[in-house]
Structure formats: structure tokens, C-alpha cells
Ligand binder design. Sequence first.
Ligand SMILES: C[S@@+](CC[C@H](N)C(=O)[O-])C[C@H]1O[C@@H](n2cnc3c(N)ncnc32)[C@H](O)[C@@H]1O
Length: 187
Amino acid sequence: MTDLNSRYGLNPPHSEVVNACQHIQPCKALDMGCSNGRNALYLSQLGFHVTAVDKNANAIQMLQSIVEQEGIANIDARVYDIDQAGLDADYGFIACTVTLMFLNPDRVEAVLADMQDRTLPGGYNLIVCAMDTAAHPCPVGFPFILQENQLRAMYQGWEMLKYNENLGTMHNGAQLQFATMLARKPA
Ligand SMILES: C[S@@+](CC[C@H](N)C(=O)[O-])C[C@H]1O[C@@H](n2cnc3c(N)ncnc32)[C@H](O)[C@@H]1O
């Protein structure tokens, strides 16, 4: 597979997206908060039909220019504000990696409910999000931060293929816990 991420100076795909693809067959996928497309490009190369959304028009423009230069037919990159919680299609896989914590906290419940509604039966949600816990208070002022077991509780009835709240390190060396969840909706 051509390494498009390197060719365009993008980071490699998120490791949890790579891991999720061990479990998920190519299908219609949504990359929520795609930035300039490191995960969307990876998914498209595996054969997923990817809708990639971000509120940052410059990031979408950059991804769109890669799509055009490479003649990629299976990425639809669009400007969209996730806080609207108004997805207009159904997906087999929705990925939301390190994006939830930038949302309006008053909208997160609606956003997750919308993601769940818009996941096809037997489909998957992948979420990676910063946490704030007694053991590891979050050192970054994200608008939204998950509490212990909060994400798991919001996915009751879904099969947990992966769930942990492990300690991680940010680019600047700050340590904080991240909730990592790959969950499957009942078929
Ligand atoms: C840290 S980046 C993560 C990018 C990507 N998911 C990844 O794994 O590399 C967070 C992204 O979320 C986007 N974002 C933040 N709030 C958003 C919102 N309300 N609607 C859409 N995108 C949003 C930002 O523009 C940014 O590109």
C-alpha cells in the first residue's frame, strides 16, 4: 500500500484506527474530526468508503486537495460541526479519535446518541478521549473531559471489543488518562 500519509507529510494513522481495522471489514465509515485526513486516507486505502468531517475548513481543503491529486474515489471530505449532532447517513464504522474533548460539553450527550443512532446494526464506534480522574487530573483545559467509566456507561448494550482508561502521554509530555473504546452495536 502506498504510504500517502508520508507522501503528504501527515502523521501515520492513529494506532487505535489501525487496531480497529483488524476487526472491521471495509464498509461505509465516518471519520469525525478528521483534521487533514491521516485516518481517512488509511481507511480509504483499505477499501472503506469514507466520509471525513471537520469544522476546520483549511484541514478539509488540504484533504480534498490530496483526494484530487491522487484521484481517490472513496473519500468524501466535508466541513461539518460535530456539535450539531445531525448526521445524515448511516455507517458501519464511526471513528472519533482525540476529538470528543474539543466539543461543546453541553452537546456531547447528543453527539454520542446521534453517532449511535447512525451506526448500522452490527457496526462499530471507536472513541479515544481524554479523561480527568482523581489519580491523574487532566493537565489540559479541554472543553470536555470524560470521568471514570463515563464512556462505558454511555454504551450499555454494546459489545466492548476494547475498553481501557490507560495512562497516556501527550506530544508535550503531559501525562493523562485516555478512554479508548471499540464497541459493536447489537446486530
Ligand atoms: C486533535 S485533532 C484529531 C484529528 C484526528 N481525529 C486524529 O486522530 O488525528 C481534533 C480535530 O477535531 C476537530 N474539531 C474540534 N471540534 C470540532 C467540531 N465541533 N466539529 C468538527 N470538528 C471539530 C478539530 O478541527 C481537529 O481537526
